[in-house]
Design a protein around this ligand. Structure first.
Ligand SMILES: [Zn+2]
Length: 338
């Protein structure tokens, strides 16, 4: 019998997806709170150049005052300095605009200051778009922290489709990882009596399956919406599970280990997760050839060489992966790697 403790599901309230929806940022915020007067926007410099004008026009047209804060890295320093500015401002919302780091910084500050947060992804590179999890550099633990889920998500598919293709392929790698993440979660249920939510597990699995089934078509930019919806669903699966379990297992531990071993010279998050999924699905006894084929079809890397890491670094990562998060039971607990 699996333990079944109470847990809180915190979900985004509004998700707007489509071409050019960034222009609706102001009315989107008004719909969430018609008394809102001021928002803080967090982004990197490149993103500000790309979408700053549209965002500012959208906020102005809804009579929302705004302060734009630039964050070069998602480091603890960035968070602390931006947080102080936002604390003094006391905005009604924090808007994180970017590919990953700025959204993470906004999410973390929103949690620390208890101010609702709106996620505006500019690429489809990972599932942090809609999840309550945040990865911050400069912590002693490499894995994600739990914060709040965004209250709203605006996914402008036109904007996202203009990001470099490599980011889109990386998003597919992050999604395919749900196959082994869910398998690891099942192991934890069986071996450790850990809470397991079938609905969240199925939802995460489904977002991987849609990538497998459509992998030949996904290179086409017209299919960006499929990837974005799958990433949002995966994030929502984490919200429902109340943990990152459905989205992050041994393949993510491997990815974190590789980052540590190679000093972060090891490709993008989803690229590492994709390669980790090949290895972990083989250890799980799953059909890893389908994983390879899918990653090849979407033009994501399938070998260490493609992300500039050595065989030695891969082996070292495999050896230390589980020790980075001992309490997260995965297939790496079950087998002896030497
Ligand atoms: Zn991930």
């Amino acid at each position: 019998m699996t333990s079944n403790p109470n847990h809180l599901m915190e979900l985004p309230r509004k998700i707007l997806i489509g071409n050019d929806v960034i222009c609706q940022l102001g009315s989107f915020i008004r719909d969430l709170n018609d008394k809102a007067t001021i928002v803080s926007v967090i982004s990197g410099n490149t993103v500000k150049t790309r979408v700053g004008k549209e965002c500012v026009e959208a906020l102005d047209s809804s009579s929302l005052k705004h302060k734009w804060i630039e964050t070069p890295n998602a480091s603890m320093n960035d968070i602390n300095s931006s947080q102080l500015m936002i604390y003094q401002e006391q905005p009604n919302f924090i808007v994180g605009v970017g590919g990953g780091r700025s959204v993470d910084v906004a999410k973390m500050i929103s949690f620390n200051l208890n101010i609702p947060f709106i996620s505006v992804p500019t690429s489809a590179s990972h599932d942090g778009i809609s999840s309550p999890f945040v990865s911050i550099r400069g912590r002693d633990k490499p894995y994600s922290l739990k914060a709040h889920a965004p209250i709203g998500v605006i996914a402008d598919t036109k904007l996202i489709s203009e990001a470099p293709y490599r980011l889109q392929a990386s998003g597919c790698g992050d999604l395919i990882g749900k196959i082994t993440a869910v398998k690891d979660w099942e192991l934890a249920r069986d071996a450790k009596n850990e809470y397991f939510g079938s609905y969240a597990a199925n939802l995460a699995n489904m977002s991987a399956k849609i990538i497998i089934e459509n992998s030949r078509k996904l290179k086409d930019r017209a299919y960006i919406r499929t990837i974005v919806e799958a990433l949002i669903s995966a994030g929502v699966a984490s919200c429902i599970a109340g943990s990152s379990r459905p989205c992050s297992g041994s393949e993510h531990l491997f990815s974190h280990a590789l980052e540590y071993v190679s000093n972060s010279n090891c490709g993008l998050h989803g690229e590492r997760v994709g390669i980790g999924t090949i290895i972990m699905s083989k250890i799980h006894g799953l059909d890893y050839n389908t994983i390879i084929k899918t990653l090849e079809n979407v033009k994501a890397p399938t070998t260490a060489k493609e992300i500039d890491v050595t065989e030695k670094e891969i082996i070292k990562s495999l050896l230390i992966a589980q020790s980075l998060r001992p309490e997260r039971y995965t297939i790496l607990n079950k087998i002896k790697i030497d």
